[in-house]
Ligand binder design. Structure first.
Ligand code: GLY
Ligand code: MN
Length: 462
């Protein structure tokens, strides 16, 4: 956990920004897999972690701005718990760690709300879990006869406004996560071999993550079918000539995420065709990173990456005509149908549960609803202190290509017969995590093998 001062300061700022009323910040409960006592590994809600730091189920909080009171609600373990559970700090000790003196039993929350609702504004955040929706509904319905009060936009915006700018201690956490990624990504290059199944590699890599006292910050992507962007299965047997897209992350001790992608050849040596496409994606990554600085709209950097990709594909004969006109016609979305990156912090897609449009867009920059563009999570101008990913890719997706071709889409720019010879290619993505700094960007974490030479060298070493 960070120091008590960090949490006190975060809450003080939140109170100033929200101004008045009650803030109800709910922690998460255990989530059952197939019966109540068999649960997924617990992970606290990220906004709860941000303001209270406590990674334990069964906790809720009230920040009463008007009465300048902060209350932690929870229950101490009962006597029988000595049979099942290691000793745990009691509620008041937990509260003390994060600067809360007023600690009460969990069911006192209902009474507190009963005494204050109707007379005061209640702020709460959007929820993404059904059990939390049910809790909110119960608490609100009991007190107000209305179980569908909307989440507070004032609170949501205030939380996003704070969490969007990372402090040095948060950046240090993110860098710890990326240190783990460095081990995992270099290991992936070393251990992968023809005839190995993807799940064998994933098992070793996720085990390695755990052995470093960490855990995945999202579901690992490890696939020889990189043309499917978030391919969640690991059933393929790798073979010589395949490329593996490996997109994974670790979670730091204070629950900050890393998110790194590398693409490498299973047998350790890129073919000429793979080198050509890899070089384009790497160039797109470099151009995009060099365009990063405060004040630059991320959507313009996304477009720039799209243009670099189309210029590269024009050199390979897959694109015809002028790449500038092609990008204007959104032709890059056939090869790059996702966003160039996203904010990252306590969540790998930071604050997505609070509303992506609040996080990545504003009154000046609205989300473009067109194909490809609508998947761009971040469009607005970057600001110093933002931590973001940059993750360009080229994906040769035969099914998407057939859809475009049969609809006559992009026919003035796409050389479909040349493109067909890439139908067994897969995809390439390269992703790094950066801090938007006053003059440009800072690469976070250690340099993880990324050039063709570095990757081939890593694949060669034991
Ligand atoms: N690396 C996974 C994602 O960005 O969605
Ligand atoms: Mn990412």
């Amino acid at each position: 956990m960070f120091s008590q001062k960090t949490y006190n300061e975060r809450r003080s700022r939140l109170k100033r920004e929200v101004g008045s009323g009650l803030i109800l910040l709910l922690g998460l409960e255990e989530s059952p897999i197939n019966f109540a006592h068999n649960t997924y590994p617990f992970r606290q809600d990220s906004s709860f972690l941000y303001f209270f730091g406590l990674n334990r189920p069964g906790l809720n909080t009230i920040i009463d701005i008007d009465e300048n009171r902060e209350i932690l609600f929870g229950d101490d373990l009962n006597e029988e718990s000595v049979i099942w559970t290691v000793p745990q700090q009691n509620l008041s000790a937990l509260g003390e760690q994060v600067g809360i003196e007023d600690c009460r039993k969990l069911d006192c929350l209902e009474d507190y709300l009963k005494d204050h609702l109707g007379k005061r504004i209640l702020h709460f955040l959007p929820t993404f879990r059904h059990d939390q929706k049910a809790t909110l509904s119960r608490l609100l319905n009991t007190q107000t006869n209305n179980d569908s009060l909307p989440a507070s936009e004032t609170l949501t915006r205030a939380v996003i406004n704070q969490r969007s700018y990372k402090t040095e201690e948060e950046i240090a956490e993110i860098e710890k996560a990326i240190m783990v990624s460095n081990v995992i990504h270099t290991s992936a290059m070393k251990i992968s071999r023809p005839k190995m199944f993807e799940y064998e590699a994933v098992g070793l890599l996720e085990g390695m993550n755990k052995s470093l006292n960490s855990r995945p910050s999202f579901q690992t992507i490890f696939t020889v079918h990189g043309e499917i962007l978030h391919n969640p299965s690991y059933d393929n047997q790798m073979k010589a000539g395949d490329l593996v897209v490996h997109d994974s992350g670790a979670e730091s001790p204070n629950h900050y995420a890393g998110d790194i992608t590398r693409t490498f050849p299973v047998n350790g040596k890129f073919t000429d065709k793979q080198r050509e496409v890899y070089t384009i994606v790497l160039h797109a990554l470099e151009v995009a990173m060099n365009a990063v600085k405060p004040g630059v709209e991320f959507r313009s950097i996304h477009r720039l990456a799209g243009k670099v990709i189309l210029e590269g594909l024009a050199n390979l004969g897959i694109i015809k005509g002028n790449p500038e006109e092609a990008v204007e016609a959104d032709i890059h979305t056939l090869f790059f149908p996702c966003g160039l990156g996203h904010m990252m912090g306590l969540d790998v897609h930071d604050m997505e549960s609070l509303g992506e449009d609040y996080v990545g867009y504003n009154d000046l920059v609205r989300r473009n609803p067109n194909f490809g563009w609508r998947n761009l999570r971040l469009g607005k101008a970057l600001e110093s202190g933002n931590v973001i990913t940059i993750e360009p890719g080229i994906y040769f997706n035969p099914r998407l290509t057939e859809l475009w071709k049969s609809a006559g889409k992009g026919k003035d720019f796409v050389n479909y017969s040349a493109l067909e010879s890439y139908f067994d290619f897969g995809g390439i993505r390269i992703e790094d995590d950066i801090l938007v700094a006053d003059q440009g960007y800072r690469l976070l974490g250690p340099a993880i093998p990324k050039t063709i030479d570095e990757i081939e060298e890593t694949c060669r070493t034991e």
